[in-house]
Design a protein around this ligand. Structure first.
Ligand code: ATP
Ligand code: MG
Length: 459
């Protein structure tokens, strides 16, 4: 597959955008994990602090018990001392586990353990002295002094351990804060970059779309122009072809008449004159059809509706037909309507019915009758032209009203394919419609439906 320059840009832009999104997501993920870790660290620090406070409180409790026993000899105080000392081991054990990953704290803990051991020893000595009745102030004083010293050493040790924990927590919080800040910055820059890339891709795509639309528009115009020029070509060749036959008949007959002498029979002269007349009429019809179509295309078809006596109009039309067309067919007029007048354009209606009747005559055998039926509906006038002729092939019916289209069953029957296109245009200005029913070899019925103008039509 060959990529255009824009295509390459779009693909690279999208890939870059995806990469950026991936990086941002990775950083966010890492940052979230660090935050969780930092949360765990805070929790851990609190637990260590709690353990340290607990150990110190237990030592204080044991000390109070010991003193109580020494001063007042209360057994309950001795019990208090014993209980506190018994629970101490488990607490130290717990603290050791909590500090397992910090070697510095481990060292401090070892020191603490030594101090606690020393304290235990001193307390035991003091209690033993008491038990042996040597509880006088002088004897106990040395022990008390050493004990106080040990006590302040333990306090210092514990506060050092607490400070260390606080320091670690502070470092961890600072690290998280930095991370959050960096992540926000990266996310902001990444989003901006992504936006810029997507905007660039959008602009490229839009430009491509505009280019494609322009190319399509040019192609459409070219196709239209081609179609138009083909139509024109077809039109001119058809027109020149159609004109050539009647013109050569006129020329031939005129030449014959010019060369004729007195011996030339009168009957043949008349025949030639008739041929000239009918050829000229054909040319006239052709020209008038072309004129009507071009006017209709330009929207300049003349439309002068006036009140017509429909029956009289149809009868006159049929008489004109008999007079001019020299046809052998019998055209029957049937009026099924009590609707006598309508406001229509006489010339256009004349053109519509003449074309339909001349088709009926052309495309049916002489011995077959033709019917012109006038009827009406509540809101329309209906004209029908019915023949029993060659009929229309069904596949041709969609092209029936297109100029220069003729069915393939016309044989040698002369025609240009303009008549029905003219009919259609004349009907359009009346807002009318035309339908066809036809069976090949049986006959055709054209139905013209023109809406009534209620304000002016008379029943
Ligand atoms: P023109 O009327 O311009 O002299 P035409 O009769 O060939 O030429 P249209 O009247 O437009 O042209 O008719 C188009 C085609 O429709 C005809 O060539 C013919 O094939 C078919 N057609 C029209 N009327 C009938 C009909 N009554 N019976 C059978 N075929 C018809
Ligand atoms: Mg015709």
């Amino acid at each position: 597959m060959k990529w255009s320059v824009e295509g390459k840009w779009i693909v690279s832009g999208l890939a870059l955008s995806l990469l950026l999104m991936g990086i941002i997501s990775f950083i966010s993920y890492r940052n979230a994990t660090q935050l969780i870790e930092s949360g765990n660290k805070v929790k851990h620090t609190h637990e260590v602090m709690k353990s340290l406070i607990d150990i110190f409180a237990t030592l204080t409790d044991a000390e109070s018990g010991r003193r109580g026993y020494i001063l007042y000899g209360e057994r309950s105080e001795l019990n208090r001392y014993n209980q506190a000392m018994q629970s101490l081991d488990a607490k130290i054990q717990k603290l050791q586990q909590q500090l397992a990953d910090d070697s510095l704290q481990q060292q401090q803990l070892t020191k603490l353990k030594l101090l606690i051991a020393q304290r235990t020893k001193l307390s035991k000595q003091s209690i033993n002295l008491k038990n042996t009745g040597k509880s006088s102030f002088n004897i106990q004083e040395t022990l008390v002094n050493i004990s106080n010293q040990n006590r302040s050493q333990i306090r210092d040790n514990i506060s050092q351990m607490q400070m260390r924990e606080e320091k670690l927590l502070e470092i961890s919080v600072k690290y998280s804060q930095n991370n959050i800040h960096n992540r926000m910055l990266i996310e902001f820059i990444g989003t901006l970059l992504n936006f810029a890339i997507l905007l660039g891709v959008y602009i490229l795509l839009y430009q491509q779309l505009v280019k494609r639309q322009q190319a399509e528009a040019i192609q459409r115009t070219l196709a239209q122009e081609k179609e138009l020029s083909e139509l024109k070509l077809r039109f001119f060749s058809m027109v020149s072809h159609e004109f050539r036959t009647p013109l050569s008949i006129i020329l031939g007959s005129a030449q014959l008449l010019a060369q004729s002498n007195q011996n030339f029979p009168e009957e043949r002269k008349l025949k030639n004159l008739h041929r000239i007349q009918s050829s000229a009429r054909l040319m006239n019809q052709l020209l008038s059809d072309i004129l009507t179509l071009t006017r209709a295309e330009a929207g300049k078809i003349e439309f002068h509706p006036e009140l017509l006596d429909l029956e009289a109009f149809c009868i006159n039309l049929l008489e004109d037909f008999k007079l001019f067309s020299q046809q052998q067919h019998v055209i029957k007029f049937v009026s099924q309507s009590n609707f006598t007048h309508a406001k229509l354009d006489e010339n256009l209606l004349y053109s519509i019915l003449t074309n339909l009747l001349s088709n009926a005559i052309k495309y049916s055998p002489q011995q077959k009758d033709i019917l012109l039926i006038l009827s009406s509906e509540a809101d329309a006038i209906i004209f029908q032209v019915k023949d029993f002729g060659i009929g229309l092939p069904s596949e041709f019916q969609q092209h029936l009203f297109e100029p220069f289209h003729r069915a393939n069953n016309v044989g040698k029957i002369v025609g240009t394919g303009l008549g029905l296109a003219v009919v259609k245009k004349c009907l359009e200005v009346h807002q009318g419609e035309i339908y066809v029913e036809s069976e090949l070899g049986t006959g055709t019925t054209f139905t013209v439906r023109i809406p009534k103008d209620d304000s002016q039509n008379k029943e």
